[in-house]
Design a protein around this ligand. Structure first.
Ligand code: HEC
Length: 113
């Protein structure tokens, strides 16, 4: 019986220690997530993507998050190019979208002259 407890304790501590490693692997930095947006939106989100989108550098995080979730759900199509954006965000989790939105919302402050 004692051995069984010991075995369980060992297995449990093993599981516990494995968890952070997995979490870290999935924890992609917002900066890395934004990398693929740069081509169209610009380094500081200062461009009209493909000459169509609004400039999002001055948007707050909630507004960006809302738009991205709309694209992910296939519901948003403001300039007739929602499909392009759906392809960009479809693979992102809601949590990643949130982090990315906060990251982008900071560009405006950085770029103020
Ligand atoms: C291939 C070019 C391209 C890439 C890459 C791209 N976008 Fe876009 N983005 C667009 C276009 C075009 C629109 C306008 C879509 C529409 O018609 O609503 C847009 C719209 C947006 C909007 C809403 C702006 C508005 O006008 O309503 C946000 C926010 C946004 N993109 C964020 C991102 C983020 C974040 C990424 C990276 C994960 C990204 N985009 C990658 C082309 C791109």
């Amino acid at each position: 019986m004692k051995n069984l407890f010991l075995l369980l304790a060992v297995i449990f501590s093993f599981l516990n220690s494995a968890e952070p490693a997995v979490a870290n692997k999935r924890d992609i930095k917002p900066k890395d997530l934004y990398n693929k947006c740069i081509t169209c939106h610009g380094k500081q989100a200062e461009k009209k993507a493909l000459g169509k989108s609004d400039i999002i550098a001055n948007w707050d995080a909630a507004k960006i998050e809302n738009a991205l979730k709309g694209y992910k759900a296939g519901l948003r199509n403001k300039h007739g190019m929602g499909g392009v954006m759906k392809g960009q965000v479809i693979s992102l989790s809601d949590e990643e979208i949130k982090k990315l939105s906060v990251y982008i919302s900071k560009f405006a402050k950085n770029s103020k002259k």
